[in-house]
Design a binder for this molecule. Structure first.
Ligand SMILES: [Zn+2]
Length: 191
């Protein structure tokens, strides 16, 4: 049954991995958390395991996701941050309980409030978005060069010149399109 759902696109940055649960926003959008169960799965692989998720909590998550996307997009192009998006991000950040804890091996883990609620997990994601949009972390917010994607991503490359949100998908597709355009041109010149 699970195989019917689109795969997750997990990056190294929590906030933009979360906004990437909806891809191709400017084309044929792909919803990667179509059901509450899929959000539970995504949270589990992202180190934020929760016990359960309701339809209303999934709605809350998607609202946060789109607010993060709007705010990150504005930040990437140096536009003023949209006030409604900022309010949603802040509300989610405030209305959850989570604590960073150290494992014996020295890794950081998130410990959610007692019931491991979705709201607690969303507060961690919202706080991650805050730190990125506020420019606190080493990297640069940018928009994917693929016209059907234009996802906001966090560029941590040394040169800060990454063009695509994901090399394996958008980057590859773009390269292939260029290659095919080149082939067409070449075959045209032969005639
Ligand atoms: Zn992209």
């Amino acid at each position: 049954m699970r195989a019917e759902f689109p795969d997750f696109r997990l990056g190294t940055v929590l906030a933009t991995s979360f906004t990437a649960t909806l891809t191709e926003r400017r084309g044929d959008a792909v919803e990667r958390i179509p059901t509450p169960r899929r959000l539970v799965d995504w949270l589990a692989v992202s180190g934020l395991a929760v016990d359960s998720c309701t339809a209303a909590q999934l709605e809350l998550a998607r609202e946060l996701r789109e607010a993060m996307h709007a705010a990150a997009t504005a930040a990437a192009v140096a536009d003023p941050l949209p006030a409604p998006a900022v309010r949603i991000i802040n509300d989610r950040s405030i209305q959850g309980r989570a604590a960073a804890v150290l494992t014996p091996e020295g890794d950081r883990r998130w410990r959610l409030g007692s019931a491991s609620r979705v709201e607690d997990a969303l507060s961690v994601i919202a706080a991650d978005a805050v730190s990125i949009i506020a420019g606190e972390r080493d990297g640069r917010l940018a928009l994917c060069a693929s016209p059907t994607c234009q996802a906001a991503f966090f560029d941590t490359s040394q040169s800060r010149t990454r063009k695509w949100c994901d090399m394996n998908t958008c980057g590859n597709r773009q390269k292939k399109a260029r290659f095919q355009a080149g082939q067409r041109k070449n075959s045209g010149s032969v005639k």
